[in-house]
Write a protein that binds this ligand. Structure first.
Ligand SMILES: Nc1nc2c(c(=O)[nH]1)N[C@H]1C(S)=C(S)[C@@H](COP(=O)(O)O)O[C@H]1N2
Ligand SMILES: [Mo]
Length: 437
C-alpha cells in the first residue's frame, strides 16, 4: 500500500478548483499528496465572511463520485443504546439506520452557523527547519456560513441523549466517502461536542455545498481545526473510544488521521495511541502536559492582519490622517478577549477594538486607528483569549530548545507535523507609509 505516495491526478483537481475559485492559489506540497489551494490575498482577512472563491481547500484522497439522489449517511454503533429510534425513512429498521439526503434536509430542523475553518497545518511553512507536507503560510483559514441539520437532532432521534460529559467516554467517529488504496478518512470527536453544536452541513454561504467542500454533506465542528470537519460524509459511528487501528469494519488503515498524523510532537517521537482523553482543548493538552502529544481539536488563539497588506505602500491623505489596521481573530471554540497591535515588530503594543459578528466557533474582526509618520513599519497582531492564553512571538528552534523548554517558556514548540502554529512574528506585515502628495 502506498498511502504516502504522490497522487498524480491532484494537479488536474487543483487546476479545476483554481478556475472556479479565482481568489485562491496553489500552495507548495512537498509530498505532492494533497489537493490544496489557499487564500490568494492577505486582503481575505480584512473581511468577516470568506467567499467561496477565496476559501481554501484541503484534502488527501480522491474525491468520490457523487450521486446526491442515492447518497446516504449511515448511523452505526447504536446497538447497545436505546432501541427507541425515530429516524424518518429508515428509522424503524434497526439494521438500516441510514439517512438519505432528503431525510437530513426535511426531517429535522435547519440551522445556519458560522465556523472558522483552519487547517491544523496552517503556518506549517513557518517552521524552521522545514517540515514535510503542505507549506502553508497563513492562507489555510476562512469563515463561512454553513447550513444544515444539528447533529443533536439526528442523534436524539436515534435515542442518544447523553448530556455533555467531562470524561469523554463516548465519541462519534465520522468517515468520509473518499479513499485511496482502501484507506478511508476517519476522525473522532467527543460525543459531547457533537451534541453541543456540530452540524451536518449541505449548504455554504447560502448556496449548495461545492464538490470540493464536501458535497453533498459534511460534518462541521464549530471552532475545531479543519481535519475534524469530515467532507463527503458517509458514516457516523457512536463509539466508546476514538478510532484506533482495526476498530472499524473497513479494509485498509483507518486511524492515522486521528492517532498518528495531526498530533503535535517533537522530531522522531511516535505518539502513543489513546482510546480516550479527558482534555480535548488543544492548547490545554499542550500546556498541561496531560496528553503526551496533543491532538488537534479546537483551534489555538490566533489573529491575522488583512489590511494593510504585506509590502503595501500606504499614502497618507493628509499630515495627521489615520490608517485603519484591520484583521480577524479567533480561538477555536473559546472567545477572544482582546487583540493588541504593534507597529514596530512587537516592541510596543496598543489595544485594538474587537468588533463585528460574534458567533461561537467563528472569528471576529479587529481594528486599530493608526496615525503614523511617513516611514517603514512592521505590523503585528497578538490575540488573547478568555482562558488567558496569548499568541507566542515565535516558533521554537528545535536545535536550540527542547520541546518541554519551549512549552514551559510559552514559545510555540516546533513540531514534526507542523501543526497548530500560532506565533505572531511569522505573520507580520511590512508596510511603507508615504507622505501626502
Ligand atoms: N473526507 C475528508 N474530509 C476532510 C479531508 C479529507 O481529506 N477527506 N481533509 C480535512 C482537512 S485536513 C481540512 S483542513 C478540511 C478542509 O476543508 P475545506 O476543503 O472545505 O476548506 O477538510 C477536512 N475534511
Ligand atoms: Mo487540514
Amino acid at each position: 500500500m502506498s498511502t504516502d505516495g504522490e497522487r498524480p491526478q491532484r494537479h488536474e483537481e487543483i487546476n479545476a478548483i483554481l478556475e472556479r475559485k479565482p481568489g485562491t492559489r496553489e500552495t507548495r506540497d512537498e509530498a505532492n499528496r494533497y489537493t490544496v489551494v489557499g487564500a490568494a490575498s492577505r486582503r481575505t482577512y480584512a473581511n468577516w465572511l470568506t467567499s467561496i472563491e477565496e476559501h481554501f481547500v484541503c484534502h488527501r484522497n480522491e474525491m468520490p463520485e457523487i450521486d446526491a439522489e442515492s447518497w446516504s449517511v449511515s448511523l452505526t454503533g447504536l446497538d447497545d443504546l436505546n432501541d427507541a429510534s425515530d429516524l424518518g425513512d429508515a428509522g424503524d429498521d434497526a439494521e438500516e439506520r441510514s439517512l438519505s439526503m432528503h431525510a437530513i434536509r426535511e426531517d429535522f430542523p435547519t440551522v445556519a452557523i458560522a465556523h472558522t475553518m483552519e487547517c491544523a497545518g496552517n503556518g506549517r511553512g513557518q517552521h524552521d527547519p522545514e517540515t514535510s507536507s503542505v507549506q502553508w503560510g497563513c492562507e489555510a483559514v476562512g469563515t463561512a456560513m454553513w447550513t444544515g441539520t444539528p447533529l443533536r437532532s439526528i442523534l436524539r432521534a436515534a435515542g442518544i441523549e447523553a448530556a455533555p460529559n467531562e470524561a469523554n467516554d463516548r465519541w462519534l467517529t465520522a468517515i468520509g466517502g473518499d479513499s485511496i488504496d482502501e484507506e478511508v478518512f476517519a476522525r473522532s470527536i467527543p460525543l459531547s461536542k457533537a451534541l453541543e453544536d456540530s452540524i451536518l452541513a449541505y449548504g455554504m454561504n447560502g448556496g449548495p455545498l461545492p464538490d470540493e467542500h464536501g458535497y453533498p454533506v459534511r460534518l462541521i465542528v464549530p471552532g475545531w481545526y479543519g481535519v475534524n470537519n469530515v467532507k463527503w460524509l458517509e458514516e457516523l459511528q457512536v463509539t466508546e473510544a476514538m478510532v484506533t487501528e482495526g476498530a472499524l469494519d473497513r479494509p485498509g488503515s483507518h486511524a492515522r488521521w486521528q492517532q498518528a498524523d495531526y498530533r503535535m510532537h517533537p522530531a522522531g517521537s511516535e505518539p502513543a495511541v489513546h482510546e480516550t482523553i479527558a482534555e480535548t482543548d488543544t492548547e490545554a493538552q499542550l500546556r498541561s502536559g496531560e496528553v503526551d502529544h496533543p491532538y488537534t481539536f479546537d483551534a489555538m488563539v490566533m489573529s491575522l492582519i488583512g489590511s494593510p497588506e504585506p509590502d503595501e505602500r500606504v499614502e497618507l491623505r493628509s499630515a495627521n490622517a489615520s490608517i485603519e489596521v484591520l484583521g480577524v481573530t479567533w480561538s477555536g471554540d473559546d472567545a477572544v478577549e482582546g487583540v493588541a497591535v504593534s507597529t514596530d515588530g512587537g516592541d510596543t503594543w496598543s489595544d485594538a477594538e474587537v468588533f463585528g459578528p460574534d458567533y461561537a466557533g467563528a472569528w471576529r474582526l479587529f481594528r486599530y486607528g493608526w496615525t503614523p509618520d511617513p516611514g517603514s513599519y512592521t505590523l503585528c497582531s497578538r490575540a488573547s483569549d478568555e482562558e488567558g492564553r496569548t499568541q507566542p512571538a515565535r516558533i521554537s528552534d528545535p536545535d536550540e530548545e527542547e520541546w518541554t523548554e519551549a512549552v514551559e517558556s510559552g514559545t510555540f514548540p516546533w513540531n514534526e507535523g507542523g501543526y497548530a502554529a500560532n506565533a505572531y512574528l511569522p505573520n507580520a506585515v511590512d508596510v511603507t507609509v508615504a507622505a501626502p502628495e
